[in-house]
Design a protein around this ligand. Structure first.
Ligand code: HEC
Ligand code: HEC
Length: 251
């Protein structure tokens, strides 16, 4: 039998230890909370500083301007420091650039130099304020737009080797076939187009771009979509005309 005093002692130790552990857990939680709150405040203060000092050149949301490069882009967050061969990480890179500015422009397209901001170098911002601005910029990372992918997402070229083939594909793809008959195929909402080339290129283009301007005899306006002009380039339009031409000339 264990002496009951020892038991009481053990229990007391157990309770004490669990109490410490409990306080310890609470402490860790509170520290996380505190750090999150601190980080949140830092971003908020950084936002205000950014708006006041940086937005006029880099844009209100880091979208860039003729005076300074884009900061809010996937490419900047993921590739910039590697591209430069800078070893210290992006946060450090931003901090150094902001603190010291750029005495020598890397890119001559910008009219002014990136100014010096740190009070260490005669600028207006304390280093803790620069940390806040950096925290604000880093906060864009999660949703930074992929500008390169957006630029690459140009309309895919219309398939076809000759203008007439591309025109035929456009004719199908844009749904013209639903309303017009060519060689016995298609819908009869609008006039048959098998021989429409004989009416002339300008007439055809105008009929496509501004269907209501010249109404085909016996047909009503506002049935043919009025917005093909927004979807078709000049080349597309010429390709469609080439398609109509091939129908009458049997090319
Ligand atoms: C007078 C216009 C101007 C202002 C104001 C300005 N910048 Fe710049 N910034 C520039 C220019 C120009 C460059 C590019 C310099 C170069 O070509 O090397 C630049 C570059 C940078 C870069 C490096 C970008 C990269 O792709 O390497 C960062 C980061 C930056 N600025 C942050 C800031 C922050 C933060 C502020 C506000 C505290 C600020 N800038 C205010 C003009 C400005
Ligand atoms: C929703 C039905 C509809 C669609 C889709 C449509 N059209 Fe039409 N189209 C018409 C109607 C109706 C007319 C006659 C009234 C007019 O001129 O607007 C017409 C007229 C024309 C004319 C003039 C024909 C003539 O003999 O005067 C041409 C050329 C033409 N369409 C080409 C096209 C092309 C090319 C497309 C596809 C890019 C297209 N249309 C899509 C309904 C349509």
């Amino acid at each position: 039998m264990i002496d009951s005093r020892i038991l009481v002692g053990l229990l007391a130790i157990l309770i004490a230890v669990s109490g410490v552990v409990f306080i310890g857990i609470g402490e860790a939680d509170r520290r996380v909370e505190f750090e999150e709150a601190f980080h949140g405040r830092s971003i908020e203060e950084g936002a205000a500083l950014y708006t006041e000092y940086c937005a006029e050149c880099h844009g209100l949301h880091g979208e860039g301007s003729p005076r300074a490069p884009v900061l809010n882009s996937k490419d900047f967050f993921e590739n910039r420091v590697q591209d430069l061969g800078f070893q210290g990480g992006l946060e450090a890179y931003i901090k150094l650039t902001v603190a010291g500015g750029r005495q020598i422009k890397e890119n001559p397209q910008y009219p002014e130099n990136m100014p010096t901001w740190s009070t260490d170098f005669g600028g207006p911002l304390r280093n803790d304020e620069i940390d806040n601005v950096v925290a604000y910029i880093m906060n864009w990372q999660a949703e930074a737009p992929d500008l390169e992918a957006m630029a690459a997402a140009e309309p895919t070229p219309v398939p076809g080797d000759t203008p007439a083939e591309r025109g035929a594909n456009l004719y199908q793809g844009l749904g013209c076939v639903a309303c017009h008959i060519i060689n016995g195929e298609g819908g009869a909402v609008g006039p048959e187009l098998t021989n429409v080339y004989e009416k002339g290129e300008d007439y055809i283009k105008e009929s496509i771009l501004m269907p209501n301007a010249v109404l085909s005899e016996g047909y009503q306006g506002n049935i043919m979509p009025q917005n093909f002009g927004d979807q078709l380039s000049d080349d597309d339009l010429n390709d469609i005309v080439a398609y109509f031409q091939s129908l009458v000339e049997g090319q």
